[in-house]
Every structure is written in C-alpha cells, then in structure tokens.
Design a protein around this ligand. Structure first.
Ligand SMILES: C[S@@+](CC[C@H](N)C(=O)[O-])C[C@H]1O[C@@H](n2cnc3c(N)ncnc32)[C@H](O)[C@@H]1O
Length: 387
C-alpha cells in the first residue's frame, strides 16, 4: 500500500516508502515459523501497519506492537488493523523494551518491517515536519537504517526480519559501521529484491534490497560470512559474492597521492565505486580532476576491461548493483585482445598505448558476448530487451 498523506519532502525525510503487499508476504514467509502465542512482534516504523495485519490469527496470536513517528500514519494504522497496540513515538530515542510496552514475560521478541533508510545529511531542508528527532548516542549514524538496526540490537530482539539495502552488508565500510549489530546477529536467510519493486523509486537506478532474517547469536558474524553467504533471488537463483573475483584485486579504484599527472603523458580514468556508479559515470577521461585516477599504464588492459564492462552492464541482474566489477582473470587473458579492441574503438586516442592491431567490430562483439556469458553463467540476462 503506497502512503498517500505526506507531501514529497516529508516522504523523503522520513523514508516513507511503504512496502507493496507481495513483499510484506515474502518477509512473512521467512519469519512465520518462529512466531507463536508467546512471541511479541514489533514493527517500530510501521507506517499504516501493513507488516502487522498479516493474518496474525494464523500465526498463534502473538502480542503485536506497531509504532511510527508519523501521527497521521498511526491514526490510519489504528483504523486499518485490530489487535495491534499502536503508539506514536520516535523509535530511535530512549530505546528500551519498556518504551515500546514489550511484556516482560515475552519469550521471544521479533522485529519485522521496513525501516527508513535514508541518509540524514541529504534530507530536504524545507517544510520539515517530525524530522529533527533525537537519536540515542549509542545508535546514531548518518544513515537512519543503520540506526534502526542498532536499535533492534539494543532491544535484544531474538529475530529480526526487515528490509534494508544490501549495501549495508556487502560494502565493507558499511559492514564495519554495524559492528555491535554484527557482533550479536547472524544472517540466516536473505532474499534479494530490487528497489524498483517500490513504485516511488522506479525513476532511479534500481539498487538491491535484502529481505533479511537475522537470529541473535553470541558468535555474531564476520565479513567473510557475508562473502560466502548464498543470497536467494526471486528467480530462484543463488548469489554468492565469493563466486567471483573482482577488479579491485588488480587495479585501484580511487585516486592516490603517489600518482600525479605527467603533462602530455598521462591517462585518466574516472573514480570507480560500484557497478551502479559505473553505469552513471564515465570511464576513460582526457582531463585530470579530483575525481580521476592517473592510470598505471602497466595495468591499462584492466582499465580497458572496466570500460568494456560498462557497456555490458545490461547483462547483469539488479543484485550486482553494489558490487565491484567482477572479472575472470584467466579467461580475460585469453580475450584480452578483444577487450582492448573494443576500448580503442570507443576511445581512439588510446590506440598508441597498446602494441596491438584492433580486431574488427563484429568478431570482437561475438567474442565479448562469449566472455560475458561465461563470466556470469546463470546470472547472465540473455534477453536483449533489458538493454
Ligand atoms: C519505509 S516506511 C515503512 C512503513 C511500513 N513499515 C511499510 O513497510 O509499509 C518507513 C516508516 O518509518 C517511519 N519513521 C521514520 N523515522 C522514524 C522514527 N525515528 N521513529 C519511528 N518511525 C519512523 C516513517 O514515518 C515511515 O512510516
């Protein structure tokens, strides 16, 4: 159900993108076997309460609490749903079980929902309502979603089944920001969906969202656990980061002080982030700026690889969006000539840097097609309409 009562600015600032029913259903599939009458189910950013009205009767009548900072949403939720304790409160300040009215005798606390995940520093400044809320010092973060995950840890929830950007887990810097959370929780199930499933976000480049099920666990999890985790996808594929080798093992993604431009003799490349950024950004550029890398010419073929990769991103499903560029180095070495030919065709000034004669277009494209099909295997999107 799409939220209707907020103006654009408030929607952005509160991260109010309500979850379509079929996705709520997918989350329930993950959690339902853990719910019974001795359970308390909490959605501390519940909007209209859609995660809570999911035929609770069928799941042994748990005690159910919904909360949101947005008064109008809570009013609507109260009308929509019976048997749920709703309260209007800021879920990120004075976080404790008592605050949410979680019964002391509860055997199991389960948090469900789709908390907001926006960057507080990019909030829209005018017409702000409800937005300058306090966040407890021990859970504060630039990103509201990270604060919400930390709040569940503070509540010592036994299970957490929420949606959040996959980047929280797979980008190592984000994973480090979740230190206390990852010290106490283990991901036990993860289904990947595209942000494009949310009607409001359809205009943007889709990014991967995980419907994650975490279990409280004193062993927690390390980044390696995530690297080898088998994420499920809606088309029944399994996606595992460590199934691929990445370009970061071969070239630098960011500028370095050691590498300064030499007049008339340097080549430049745009700073690389993840695949979604590569989709938007340029690759080889002819002028130096703070956003460019001065190329190590001994690695030029790997930069050519990234340049070719950019033109082939349409072959990848959405869940690669926050990954680095994958590469099969052994195979790439066999196909190197074709990659370089393609890069030269798009950036003719590069030709003098390679001691090869470019191969003609048609043959190059056939070979590149082979390479990408082999690299991506079951993840390759064959259908050219995706182009
Ligand atoms: C992504 S929406 C999800 C709503 C609902 N759970 C759903 O999926 O349909 C995020 C919700 O978080 C609420 N919210 C934002 N900041 C909050 C805070 N500090 N405390 C409680 N709720 C908050 C917003 O008002 C919004 O309803």
């Amino acid at each position: 159900m799409s939220q209707k009562h907020l103006v654009y600015e408030d929607r952005v600032n509160l991260g109010s993108y309500y979850t379509p029913p079929k996705i709520v259903q997918l989350a329930w599939e993950l959690i339902k076997s853990h719910i019974d009458s001795k359970t308390t189910v909490l959605d501390s950013a519940c909007g209209y309460g859609d995660f809570l009205k999911n035929s609770l009767k069928d799941y042994g009548q748990p005690y159910t609490i919904g909360c949101d900072i947005d008064e109008d949403a809570i009013d609507r939720a109260k009308k929509n749903t019976d048997n749920v304790q709703f309260l209007r409160t800021n879920a990120l300040s004075n976080v404790s079980r008592q605050k949410f009215g979680i019964p002391q005798q509860t055997e199991r606390l389960i948090v469900v929902g789709n908390p907001p995940y926006n960057d507080r520093t990019s909030q829209i400044r005018h017409k702000i309502k409800n937005v300058n809320f306090d966040v407890d010092e021990d859970i504060v973060s630039r990103d509201l979603g990270i604060s919400f995950l930390r709040s569940y840890n503070k509540l010592k929830a036994d299970y957490i089944c929420v949606l959040h950007p996959l980047s929280y887990l797979i980008k190592q810097t984000n994973f480090r920001h979740l230190k206390e959370f990852t010290a106490n929780y283990k991901l036990i199930n993860g289904l990947l969906i595209s942000s494009g499933e949310f009607p409001e976000s359809a205009k943007h480049t889709p990014f991967p969202i995980i419907i994650a099920l975490y279990r409280r666990d004193t062993e927690g999890m390390e980044y390696d656990y995530i690297r080898s985790f088998h994420f499920r996808t809606a088309d029944k594929n399994r996606f595992c980061l460590s199934d691929f080798d990445y370009i970061t093992g071969y070239i630098r993604k960011y500028p370095s002080k050691q590498q300064q431009p030499v007049p008339d003799n340097s080549l430049f490349f745009w700073t690389m982030r993840d695949i979604n950024a590569l989709k938007r950004n340029r690759t080889f550029v002819q002028e130096y700026s703070t956003n460019t890398i001065v190329l190590d010419k001994t690695k030029l073929d790997y930069y050519a690889y990234v340049d070719v990769f950019k033109r082939n991103i349409y072959r990848l499903p959405f869940y690669f969006g926050n990954c680095d560029v994958p590469i099969d180095d052994k195979l790439f070495k066999q196909y190197r000539h074709y990659f370089i030919s393609d890069a030269i065709r798009h950036h003719p000034y590069l030709e003098k840097n390679f001691e090869i004669k470019p191969i003609e277009k048609e043959q190059t494209e056939t070979k590149l097609d082979k390479y990408f099909k082999e690299l991506l295997g079951k993840h390759h999107k064959c259908n050219p309409i995706f182009k």
